[in-house]
Design a protein around this ligand. Structure first.
Ligand SMILES: Nc1nc2c(ncn2[C@@H]2O[C@H](COP(=O)(O)OP(=O)(O)OP(=O)(O)O)[C@@H](O)[C@H]2O)c(=O)[nH]1
Ligand SMILES: [Mg+2]
Length: 577
């Protein structure tokens, strides 16, 4: 009984022979299984005895046999057939990182003498093996030609691997250990050089959806801006048109493999999907790779986490992150660390998972309680402001449209305004005094984006609640954006979702300094908007006049019982001038 023998001779449990075993006799499987007992000296690809036995067995079963060898020369796995899939145990024990090789080589027999196929080379790159090889079986069952290939360190040429010249097995003088050592050193040095040059984390962006190329490209550009805002360097962008968005891996597994190979080869730290990955898709992808794979929602949550300064902002972001994480806390435990949730470690058992889930639940409850407290204080803050009786104009708009810059120039303030997305998270209110001597309050708040993650909208409800107090929403648009229409309707959608459509709105086309004058006129008429440039104060006169006219109308119209009345307990705005 070979299995019993193995159990006696080996201390650690090893996987059985796997692959295409159907139709094989038990004695054949047992003979293949005995290959697990072989040892190969460090400097050899295979021993002549092992090569010979593999070839004879191959001839006997008429199927290829692959051995996966460790650098110490132990047989780690035996796979029958053409599908090269490492067992989960091997994949977990031998990890492949962009800076290293997997520490395993794979040699497979073949019945026909032919060069390495494209598929085999893909396996080499995808599995990041030290070496891959095929050994032809001669008609008499003895070893024929040996074909070898290895990965190349990234050298800017884009070449993934190198194929060595085929040699008859018995003439092969290949020094396996020295070769792998040198190759690994080269890979490491190339990567280290790259890392020093870049500094930041890097990513490959992927969009997989039924939308056309142009739309996907536009979205990928925005995803790249988001990545830059998160301090992530974009190495490449991949758009794939898929029939439906509900595939197991979001895009076909072949294409995904290709992306993962490129990620490893180019030394990127992660893959970022433009589409939201369902918990099941996240799990399926995690089973395929060790590479960090995140989606746009996680990227946005990460940006928010970096930018949150106030206690309230931090609570809201953490809440959104935990709400995103919760449904993904199931199945493979490795998910946890990959999501960067900071909870748990790789491979916790079911009990650990349960306790993680409970901890997340408890934390969510705790944070929700904190938020309720903030909401109460916010109510009091608003009440105080209400007592001053000033009309409130809230700046809303797509992220990076120039809201904070406009607030600064209107109210001579110094709120942070940067060319990156989601610079502002906390609401700021400042007074604006018109030359006519009346005053209003201008508030600047978090920007919007298309497909705003629902976890964020939910968590930021307290911040966004403040918009309900506005007498006027000043919708700031980046007139120079490539997709002005999309950005405007994304903002209008969010406003509608928040129940703010009844508040009067004024559209402002900002960054007009970037457009030729005739286009400004065209756009202003099309959107019935006022064109400005927040960085050129002299362009603001028409806007200020409109604002003044609007708030004057407000105050004339206003009677003690008009809309925008404060909630019960808050003083009425009847005292507004
Ligand atoms: N050329 C030009 N750039 C502008 C104008 N207004 C703002 N910007 C720039 O646009 C970038 C974004 O401006 P912010 O004011 O931070 O935009 P925001 O809408 O507050 O963005 P978030 O807070 O991230 O939502 C900054 O680099 C500004 O200097 C403008 O009128 N013209
Ligand atoms: Mg801002």
């Amino acid at each position: 009984m070979p299995f019993i023998n193995r159990a006696i001779t080996r201390s650690a449990p090893i996987p059985d022979v796997h692959g295409q075993l159907t139709g094989l006799r038990a004695s054949q499987v047992a003979a293949i299984d005995r290959l697990y007992r072989r040892r190969v000296p460090h400097d050899k690809i295979l021993t002549p005895e092992l090569a010979k036995t593999m070839c004879q067995l191959t001839l006997d079963i008429r199927r290829p046999i692959a051995v996966v060898l460790t650098r110490r020369g132990l047989v780690q796995e035996i796979i029958v057939g053409t599908d090269l899939v490492l067992s989960p145990a091997t994949a977990a024990q031998f990890r492949a990182g962009p800076r290293s090789l997997r520490g395993l080589r794979l040699i497979r027999t073949q019945l026909r003498d032919q060069p390495l196929s494209q598929e085999t080379l893909t396996d080499l790159a995808y599995l990041r093996l030290d070496l891959i090889g095929t050994l032809s079986v001669l008609p008499d069952g003895s070893p024929g030609n040996l074909y070898l290939a290895h990965l190349l360190p990234p050298d800017g040429t884009g070449r993934l691997c190198n194929i060595l010249k085929a040699v008859p097995f018995y003439q092969c003088s290949f020094q396996c250990d020295r070769f792998i050592e040198e190759l690994e050193a080269e890979v490491h040095v190339a990567r280290a050089r790259q890392a020093v040059q870049d500094g930041n984390e890097s990513a490959i962006l992927v969009s997989a959806s039924p939308h056309g190329r142009a739309e996907q490209e536009e979205r990928l550009i925005e995803l790249a801006e988001l990545a830059n805002s998160a301090g992530v360097r974009v190495i490449d962008r991949v758009a794939q048109r898929t029939a439906d968005g509900h595939q197991r891996h979001l895009l076909g597994s072949g294409k995904l493999k290709e992306v993962l190979i490129q990620t490893l080869h180019k030394g990127a730290d992660m893959v970022i999907f433009d589409q939201t990955l369902s918990p099941a898709q996240s799990r399926a992808i995690a089973e395929m790779t060790d590479i960090k794979v995140i989606d746009r929602t996680q990227l946005i949550l990460d940006i928010f986490a970096r930018r949150a300064h106030s206690r309230e902002g931090k609570v809201q972001v953490e809440l959104a992150q935990l709400r995103y994480l919760l449904p993904r806390l199931s199945g493979k435990g490795t998910q946890l660390s990959r999501l960067g949730g900071g909870i748990g470690s790789r491979g916790p058992g079911e009990t650990k998972l349960e306790s993680d889930r409970r901890r997340v639940h408890d934390r969510i409850t705790h944070l929700e309680r904190d938020l309720a407290q903030f909401a109460k204080h916010q109510g009091q803050r608003r009440a105080r402001r209400g007592r001053q009786g000033l009309p409130v104009v809230s700046l809303v708009g797509y992220t990076n449209a120039g809201k904070s810059t406009l607030l600064n120039v209107l109210t001579k303030s110094h709120v942070s305004a940067e060319n990156r997305m989601f610079e502002t998270l906390d609401t700021t209110s400042r007074r604006l005094r018109f030359p006519e001597d009346s005053e209003i309050i201008v508030t600047d708040t978090v920007g919007f984006i298309r497909d705003l993650p629902k976890e964020l909208v939910g968590a930021f409800r307290t911040t966004l609640e403040e918009l309900h107090e506005a007498d006027l929403l000043l919708h700031v648009v980046d007139a120079g954006a490539a997709d002005v229409d999309v950005q405007i309707s994304a903002v209008v959608d969010v406003l509608r979702d928040l129940g703010l459509e009844s508040i009067p709105r004024m559209l402002v086309l900002n960054k007009c300094d970037r457009l030729p004058p005739d286009q400004i006129g065209l756009l202003s008429r099309r959107y019935r908007a006022i064109g400005i440039s927040a960085i050129r104060p002299e362009t603001l006169r028409p806007l200020l006049a409109e604002l003044y006219a609007h708030v004057s109308r407000l105050t004339v119209d206003r009677t003690p019982t008009l809309p925008n009345r404060p909630q019960s307990g808050e003083p009425a705005l009847a005292s507004r001038p």
